[in-house]
Design a protein around this ligand. Structure first.
Ligand SMILES: [Zn+2]
Length: 301
């Protein structure tokens, strides 16, 4: 037995999948648009079709499990996928049961923000004592928390919804079903709207070309306020910062850090807070999923 991991990341835009060995080295890696999964009538059949060649090539007996990373809310037991953006017919689906039956392997599923943080901790050899938080500014405002090496998922499995903390006096309605969520001001979605409707430029260029405009800065400011709120409560050892918006050219990292600090108590955590830029490698999702699966199976990570 070779202790391999069959791993898949199901995102709103791309589906990435492959095979990793027992040390989380990627042996095989593929990417395709999530649209195809969205169009597939039988999701289980479609996913099995993608990974079946790997199971046959490497031999089923050499796989420890199948690991999944999903941009989705899920139940505490991590068996039911509640809803995934951009993928039709993928809501309230018992994905773990379906894929266990189809692959014959144990299946371990986790949220993408959590597998992303696990990857960054592993890759960056970050000391896992105490609290590490991950803030991922992408389409939404993603958040993850690792306490003494363990991802914190909360009582019902829905912890760390930082994007949906309420903003006093703000009443716009959010896609989550309630009003006044900070994500409406603090996310890539907001930048996208500005780029499209006001500045008429590709969103990827908005910081380079319009980074000094107040409404563009306001988005970064709102992200910093959300981060400062969490840091104030938790006093974490470090903050891993990543996501598509942070990776954009011209993202004002200095302004972000300064705004976070201005909103933290003196002297601590203002003087002690430490930011680490996420690497955000293409294989981070499938690797983080495998690391999570290994921990769930009691393997040494
Ligand atoms: Zn919301």
């Amino acid at each position: 037995m070779e202790h391999l991991y069959l791993s898949m990341e199901i995102g709103g835009t791309n589906l990435r999948y492959g095979v990793l060995d027992g040390t989380f080295r990627v042996l095989d890696f593929k990417k395709e648009p999530s649209r195809r999964l969205s169009d597939a009538v039988d999701k289980g059949e479609y996913i099995e079709g993608l990974v079946r060649p790997y199971i046959e090539r490497y031999g089923k007996e050499n796989f420890l499990c199948m690991a999944l990373s999903l941009a989705s809310l899920m139940n505490r037991e991590r068996t039911v996928n509640y809803n995934s953006p951009n993928i039709k017919g993928f809501n309230n689906i018992s994905l773990v049961d379906i894929l266990t039956e189809r692959t014959g392997l144990p299946v371990y599923m986790e949220r993408d923000v959590n597998t992303a943080l696990l990857y960054e901790i592993w890759k960056g050899h970050i000391d896992t004592r105490g609290i590490i938080i991950g803030i991922f500014i992408g389409t939404g405002l993603g958040n993850s928390m690792c306490i003494d090496g363990k991802i914190y998922i909360g009582n019902t499995g829905s912890a760390c919804e930082l994007g949906h903390i309420p903003v006093l006096g703000f009443t716009d309605s959010c896609g989550c079903g309630k009003n006044g969520c900070i994500e409406l001001k603090a996310s890539g979605r907001t930048l996208h709207l500005l780029a499209e409707e006001k500045y008429h430029c590709p969103v990827s260029e908005i910081f380079e070309r319009y980074g000094e405009e107040k409404d563009v800065k306001d988005v970064v400011h709102a992200c910093a306020i959300a981060a400062a709120t969490e840091i104030t409560i938790l006093d974490p050892g470090c903050v891993v910062l990543g996501g598509g918006v942070v990776d954009m050219k011209g993202f004002p990292m200095e302004y972000f850090e300064q705004t976070v600090k201005e909103n933290l108590r003196i002297p601590y955590p203002r003087d002690s807070v430490r930011f680490i830029r996420a690497l955000g490698d293409p294989e981070s999702g499938i690797t983080g999923a495998a690391i999570n699966a290994a921990a769930r199976m009691g393997q040494r990570v």
